[in-house]
Design a protein around this ligand. Structure first.
Ligand code: MSP
Length: 667
């Protein structure tokens, strides 16, 4: 019987559009799930959306929609995006689905029947953003997690006897694999040691949630509702025998992957709920760090999000997947920047794996009519050939063990060290020079060199497949190896490349990105951020790269007509630059203080490459003065300076030929 493997992402709140912070968790899980499938495990990979609670209810209200309409829209955005990113989830659970609601009520009943729920009164502070009770806080105090002011709650509630589980939880944490990494485990242990208070698990002051069984004036606390998704989706308490069978097979989960800010919910509340219900514990809870952008956690509320679509449009899904797993040291926070993304893309994917594939396969085509050549007999083998084989064997071992430890960046580093070794091997052995000669010896040496390069390429391709599924499937097919999904990864070893394999058609998989790719992505993001709803904009990119496979064709801005009323929403004013200076550590940004008649605004403008700051002071500019503020490099920008953008991306500031007063409105 095959081994089972069950992995989950957290389910995503539907009050915010998906961004690459969400994508990060999902990609990490997807990579693990894909790898487990190749290793032969019967894998179940679950993700979904978290749709109840006060936060969603309020967001829907603000958008003038019912909570269900609002949740439907954003949940489908997540699903569309995950598809484009090649996410291979086996199910997508929504907490507003009937199957979930019924089973959560069943879980509540089960815990209540076992004596762990009682009715009491809660008076205290609550953070709606984190859906978190803040023990010990006073009215007006900020939430210790997000800094927002907590709200006072005074309600008759159902309570969960969390305090009864302190010792049992500490026993659970004695297993070092239960919470990873170690730092998070230590934090949880000290939190639990300091004492646990019973937890309020119902709310009665709003209704957007799952009713408490037999007491519909209360809805179940959103975290109990949400955490339960991990069991409701696979058939816990289902009325169908087949679903209950699936639950038996897959529960307990092998891995719950989460971000570090939701450790307490997963490592304290969730195991306690499960213990109270008499259910088995998940095997491992793995917490990763945050993706930072412009120096703080990427999040909707900070207004510093990057939409995955931007990267998918310009560089494709594999680029995003590879970058996030290679660049961020798993468990720690990591910074995102477009510069670093394009640099990594070019160095590791275009010039690295992509170039290795195209040069090796092109030479096999040219010199051996597209058939994998036989390596020569022992006499003409060199130590360099054996060294590559040895490096490849070592890489397989290292990659496996690092991946098992969730050390994705180090695993990829090891695989790319093999790419670098083969590149060097090719340069030193000059197959092109051997190919120019006709003698037997050169021919046999050429065969060995190209076989060695191709075999190493096969191994890197197989190892990297879970991370960059699209490009590796193409390389695999170009090597004539068929469907990469059929690969038995556990048997991967040096020397399995079948001789005389006929290569498929060769196409480059990672075209080089030039500098304009960075600007295009930045512009697309700027367009999205300056739109008041922060909705992904309809702007498209004229790209030198082929669009990613599933990229939908988007209309260009010029194709879209807006009404005069739409235009009237944009306030353009004449401003006078009072102060201009460079933003530290940025080549592009200037910080300006601009007098617009009514007030002096701080505005950040991406014009540092075209204008020296001192030439701007005293100059009149046009400013979009009613843009929502946003933070760039730690500075708040309150508006946008209008400039023409030339073909080479150079900005030219808009100005006037006649004298105009400061503050005059442009219409
Ligand atoms: N709905 C809860 C989870 C319930 S699970 C039973 C929630 N949702 S969330 O949408 O706010 O976050 C979902 C996941 O995305 C979390 O793991 C969170 O850490 C991750 N990320 C959101 N922003 C992130 C970054 N900027 N960086 C890395 N991960 C981030 O919490």
């Amino acid at each position: 019987m095959s081994r089972k493997f069950y992995i989950t992402t957290p389910i995503y709140y539907v009050n915010a559009h998906p961004h690459i912070g969400h994508a990060y968790t999902t990609i990490a899980c997807d990579t693990i799930a894909r790898r487990q499938r190749l290793l032969g495990a019967e894998t179940f990979f679950l993700t979904g959306t978290d749709e109840h609670g006060q936060k969603i209810e309020r967001a829907a209200q603000a958008a003038g929609k019912t909570p269900q309409q609002y949740a439907d829209e954003i949940s489908s955005e997540f699903r569309r995006l995950w598809k484009r990113m090649g996410i291979s989830n086996d199910d997508f659970i929504r907490t507003t689905e009937d199957r979930h609601k019924k089973r959560v009520q069943e879980l509540f009943r089960q815990i209540r029947d076992r004596g762990y729920i009682y009715k009491g009164t809660y008076t205290g502070q609550y953070c709606v953003s984190d859906e978190l009770y803040v023990d010990g806080a006073q009215p007006g105090d900020p939430c210790p997690t997000c800094g927002r002011i907590t709200e006072t709650v005074h309600e008759e509630n159902y309570f969960f006897k969390l305090s009864a589980f302190q010792e049992k939880l500490l026993e659970l944490y004695a297993n070092p694999d239960f919470i990873r990494p170690e730092t998070r485990r230590n934090e949880v242990i000290s939190f639990v040691r300091s004492g646990l208070r019973d937890l309020s698990i119902s709310r009665s002051t709003f209704s957007w949630g799952i009713p408490v069984p037999d007491d519909p004036n209360h809805v179940i606390y959103v975290w109990l509702d949400a955490l339960a998704n991990y069991i409701t989706a696979i058939g816990y308490a289902s009325s169908h025998a087949a679903a209950r069978q699936a639950f038996k097979k897959f529960w307990p989960a092998d891995v719950h992957m989460i971000g570090k800010e939701i450790v307490r919910f997963h490592c304290v509340y969730w195991p306690a709920f499960l213990m109270a219900a008499g259910l088995p514990m998940p095997k491992t809870i793995v917490a990763h760090g945050w993706l930072l952008f412009e120096e703080s956690k990427m999040s909707k509320s900070r207004g510093n999000i990057v939409h995955p679509e931007t990267i998918l449009d310009v560089l494709g899904a594999d680029a995003l997947r590879y970058f996030l797993l290679r660049e961020v040291v798993f468990g720690q926070d990591g910074s995102f920047s477009f510069d670093a993304l394009v640099q990594r893309y070019n160095s590791d994917l275009a010039n690295g794996l992509g170039n290795l594939a195209s040069r090796t396969l092109t030479m096999i085509n040219r010199y051996f009519k597209g058939e994998v050549p036989y390596p020569s007999h022992a006499a003409s083998r060199t130590a360099a050939d054996d060294a590559i084989a040895e490096t490849a064997r070592k890489t397989i071992r290292e990659f496996d063990s690092l991946f098992e430890q969730f050390q994705f960046s180090r695993a990829l580093e090891a695989a790319w060290a093999l790419v670098a070794a083969v590149d060097k091997y090719i340069v030193e052995n000059e197959p092109w020079a051997l190919g120019d000669k006709d003698d037997e010896e050169s021919r046999s040496r050429l065969a060995t060199v190209l076989y060695t390069a191709a075999e190493a390429l096969r191994i890197v391709t197989a190892l990297a497949h879970p991370v960059i599924p699209d490009a590796t499937a193409k390389i695999w097919a170009q090597m004539g190896l068929g469907d990469i999904q059929k690969l038995a990864l556990s048997e991967l070893a040096w020397g399995q490349l079948p001789l005389s394999t006929k290569l498929g058609e060769i196409h480059p998989v990672f075209p080089r990105a030039d500098k304009s790719a960075i600007e295009r992505m930045q512009k697309m993001e700027e367009g999205q951020r300056s739109s008041p709803t922060h909705e992904p904009s309809a702007a498209t990119s004229a790209t030198s790269l082929p669009p990613a496979a599933a990229a939908p064709a988007l209309p260009s801005a010029a194709d879209q007509k807006i009404s005069i009323d739409d235009f009237a929403k944009i306030e353009l004013r004449v401003g006078l630059v009072k102060v201009a200076e460079r933003v530290p550590k940025s080549d592009k940004l200037l910080r300006l203080e601009v007098d617009i008649g009514t007030d002096v605004r701080q505005v950040l403008a991406g014009i540092a490459e075209a204008y020296a700051p001192e030439t701007l002071v005293g100059r009149k500019v046009v400013i979009v003065s009613n843009l929502a503020p946003r933070k760039l490099r730690g500075f708040e920008s309150n508006g946008m300076i209008v400039a023409a953008s030339l073909d080479d991306g150079k900005p030219v500031l808009a100005g006037f030929l006649e004298e105009v007063p400061v503050g005059a409105r442009l219409k």
